[in-house]
Ligand binder design. Structure first.
Ligand code: TNX
Length: 518
């Protein structure tokens, strides 16, 4: 049956196949309407079968089973009846994805190649995820990704049972979220003079302007579309560094006693800009205003406030920043950053949300309720988990998919570490240094797609796939904790079938025998 990610258990019953036809029905209780709607729309487009409404006990039937966890499901396929029992709406959506996979690669097309021969193989499947946070980050700040491509990426995440889309919405090089009370953030902050793909890697330098942003309605649509597929969208508003686009739009946010921020544009270089936020009360109020609108758009429990790579030079040189440090009774610039993060940690907690930030937020003292995205290796995540903070493991050495996946000269842009498909398959998110209690704080894992060197959905497909398939199995399935004991050859065999599904979906993954001419 070649299922990916591998389910907890699956037994094939060759004598119990269920051939589908025009009379096959699809039934579900109202609580599982999202899964029912997705399954009917997707499978009827691919097979041409109408899958009209039916009655319990026959056809494809979705039911809720209170004994299962919310994301867990069980599938029993017998002639004339395919029963999908799920703990809750999410479990039903993951089970629905498995039903599509059981029908084979052609079930991933959007128009039928044939109208007959659709067979659900007789089977007993039980399944539940290992981690509750199975994420992918899209960096839509360095290069804007049009809404239609984001929605397509959501479908691809769902197809792999990944359940968190972390949207990196703001950075030095662009501000991508409409904020009604501060229109210049997008009017000025969403465009820059150069697109810069390949700049520094020396391959392609493009002096065309680049930009774009999502309206609030676009984001509401993305959030709802993702939710109907089991995916939570976690927004990131990066601060106090990675903020030159915001400072260019509103110069009073910067360190005006050190640089002429009114003369700044949106940054047209990679790396980290020194033009960071000032830490005044006015700046805190400004970002509270931003976040009020962000909270209205994104119902996620977690809100990501970045906190990474904030150069402190301007704060060292700024009389205003030094006065602020004294006024607050702080020791240094690191503590000033910590003060900002703690402020927003409290602010979010008062509104029933939780702050998550990159592991730099550990420096200068971590806000009490904050969770950490551990990106500079495992160290930050280990320290945070031991201190009782929740952690999402996304070490750059393992799951940065902007990094190249082979060491040949033909790879499109040779940046970062080489991380092959096999490396990703052998990535273990829970470090051995954690005892059982601390390990429970590793709430999940995430693959990050930074977009300095990607300016299209094609580029993202190439970098993300097939590694995201291996990552999905790491995040979902109960693989041996010891990476060497994982059956990579078995995964590769199942992947052969799955790549046909990706072909049917139109995903331009990196072929095993090397890149296409670039
Ligand atoms: C580090 S991960 C960054 C990003 C870059 C990425 C490039 C993190 C918190 N910061 O800003 O895009 O490396 O791989």
């Amino acid at each position: 049956m070649d299922l990916i990610p591998a389910p907890s258990s699956a037994a094939r019953r060759p004598d119990e196949d269920y051939p589908l036809d025009a009379a096959t029905t699809l039934t579900a209780p109202p609580a599982l309407a999202d899964a029912e709607r997705w399954l009917r729309a997707t499978l009827s487009a691919a097979t041409g079968l109408p899958l009209g409404p039916g009655r319990p006990g026959a056809g494809i039937e979705l039911v809720q089973d209170g004994t299962l966890a919310a994301e867990a499901y069980r599938i029993t396929v017998r002639p004339g009846h395919a029963l999908l029992a799920a703990g809750g709406p999410a479990g039903a959506l993951w089970g629905a994805q498995t039903l599509r996979q059981l029908l084979g690669p052609d079930a991933y097309r959007r128009s039928p190649l044939r109208h007959e021969g659709w067979v659900l193989p007789g089977a007993d499947i039980e399944d539940a995820p290992r981690f509750g946070w199975r994420g992918a980050l899209l960096d839509v700040a360095r290069h804007f990704l049009p809404k239609a491509d984001v929605l397509r990426f959501v479908d691809l995440l769902a197809a792999h049972k990944l359940n968190v889309l972390h949207l990196h919405l703001t950075d030095d090089q662009g501000w991508r979220v409409e904020i009604k009370r501060y229109p210049r953030l997008t009017a000025r902050g969403s465009w820059r003079d150069r697109s810069m793909v390949g700049y520094r890697a020396g391959q392609r330098r493009d002096d065309r302007p680049h930009g774009g942003f999502y309206t609030q309605d676009d984001l509401r649509e993305i959030v709802a579309y993702a939710a109907a597929r089991g995916i939570t969208v976690v927004p990131e508003i990066d601060l106090p560094g990675h903020t030159q686009a915001a400072v260019a739009a509103y110069p009073e946010l910067g360190n005006t006693d050190v640089v002429d921020t009114a003369a700044l544009g949106v940054w047209t270089d990679w790396g980290v800009s020194h033009n960071v936020l000032n830490a005044s009360e006015e700046t805190l109020r400004f970002f509270e205003g931003v976040l009020e609108e962000v909270l209205e758009l994104f119902p996620s429990e977690f809100v990501h406030l970045g906190g990474d790579e904030c150069p402190k030079e301007q704060w060292k040189d700024s009389a205003a920043a030094q006065a602020r440090i004294r006024e607050l009774g702080l020791a240094n610039e690191d503590e000033l950053q910590s003060h900002l993060i703690r402020h927003f940690d409290r602010w979010l907690a008062e509104r029933g949300r939780r702050l998550i930030g990159w592991d730099e937020i550990l420096e200068g003292g971590l806000a009490p309720g904050a969770a950490v995205s551990s990106w500079r290796g495992f160290g930050g995540g280990i320290a945070a988990a031991k201190a009782g903070h929740d952690v999402v493991m996304c070490p750059e050495q393992h799951v940065y998919f902007d990094h190249r996946q082979a060491d040949g000269p033909d790879e499109p842009i040779p940046v970062g570490f080489v991380r092959t498909l096999e490396d990703v398959y052998r990535f273990e998110p829970v470090p051995k240094q954690l005892d059982a209690a601390a390990a429970r704080h590793v709430i999940g894992t995430q693959a990050n797609l930074w977009s300095e060197f990607m300016d299209s959905a094609r580029d993202i497909d190439y970098r993300a796939f097939p590694r995201l398939v291996a990552f999905a199995e790491v995040a979902w399935s109960a693989l041996p904790a010891e990476p060497a004991e994982r059956d990579f050859a078995g995964f590769e065999r199942r992947l052969t079938t799955h790549l046909k599904a990706l072909d049917a979906l139109g995903v331009e993954y990196r072929p095993a025998d090397g890149p296409h001419p670039w």
